[in-house]
Design a protein around this ligand. Structure first.
Ligand SMILES: [Zn+2]
Ligand SMILES: [Zn+2]
Length: 288
């Protein structure tokens, strides 16, 4: 009998942080406290299985962090996969939530991976729409070129809707924040872990029914909140994409300097906060 591999399960890998960040950046619509400090973390997620690792998003590179400034870069996603005790060569599947720069760089660090993305996401960022307004700030052209090359090689698979990545890993297209945003739900012995990525940057987005400030279609952002709750079911847990508070609700993996967290419904410290507020109690209703 072989020993169980130490790094099986679902993990959040905190590869960068930005503390000089304001609340107003993170919620749709102006509010009175918009200038309050509201730090943001950058994560990718690893699902360790006996024979392989599924990586959900690939973050940005150290070079991108230096170019953009203001970001503390802790370690590359590939370095964090290895700190977890898995080899980067074991990453056979990468699911990209969307093509914003903070989710879709460093793909070339994983030479054996097939990459999964929604067709609608790819089409949007390869279209002239990517050049409009503030959109260019949200992408790295070199990273998009890399993906275009992988498409030619057959290593990038473009999907039209929901799919699975082997046993126990399901991908659901939600859109809203971007045209083809997708989220992942993964089975663990203790229940389902729902990885929201930018369908809910922070716990506060879904808990107060207030979408993030970067919007493709607002109704789909609200529908995505509902999808996250549906995917979690009664016993699952939703993990937001950028919230430093993930570190308060899930235990750090020992020896990883608070950069890797083991995600499980069992480890949630404040379960009751995970339910969205009832619709009748929405705080903004009086301001409409
Ligand atoms: Zn995004
Ligand atoms: Zn993001």
């Amino acid at each position: 009998m072989s020993m169980p591999h130490p790094a099986q399960g679902v993990f959040a890998l905190r590869y960068a942080s930005r503390t000089q960040s304001e609340r107003g950046e993170h919620f749709y619509g102006h509010d009175a406290a918009c200038h309050e400090n509201y730090p943001i973390d950058y994560f990718v997620w690893a699902i360790g299985r006996p024979g392989d690792v599924v990586l959900f998003d690939t973050g940005f590179s150290r070079a991108t962090a230096e170019k953009r400034g203001a970001r503390s870069y802790h370690a590359s996603p590939a370095e964090l996969v290895e700190r977890l005790g898995r080899n980067r060569d074991e990453v056979q599947h990468i699911v990209l939530s969307h093509l914003h720069y903070d989710h879709s760089g460093t793909v070339t660090d994983f030479p054996n991976a097939q990459v999964h993305l929604q067709q609608s996401e790819y089409d949007f960022w390869m279209s002239p729409a990517a050049l409009r307004g503030t959109n260019p700030h949200l992408i790295e052209p070199d990273d998009l070129d890399t993906l275009a090359g992988l498409l030619t090689e057959g290593r990038l698979v473009l999907h039209d809707g929901d799919f699975t990545v082997g046993d126990g890993v399901r991908v659901r297209r939600v859109g809203g924040h971007t045209p083809g945003l997708q989220v992942v739900s993964a089975d663990t012995p203790a229940g389902v872990v729902v990885l929201a990525a930018d369908a809910s940057h922070f716990y506060e987005n879904i808990e107060t029914d207030r979408p993030y400030s970067i919007v493709h279609t607002l109704p789909a952002m609200h529908a995505a909140f509902d999808t996250l709750v549906e995917l979690a079911g009664a016993d699952g847990v939703i993990v937001p994409g950028h919230d430093p508070r993930v570190a308060d609700r899930h235990p750090a993996v020992p020896g990883t300097d608070d950069l890797i967290f083991s995600l499980s419904p069992d480890s949630v410290l404040t379960r009751t906060e995970l339910s969205p507020v009832p619709r009748k109690d929405l705080p903004h209703a009086e301001h409409l």
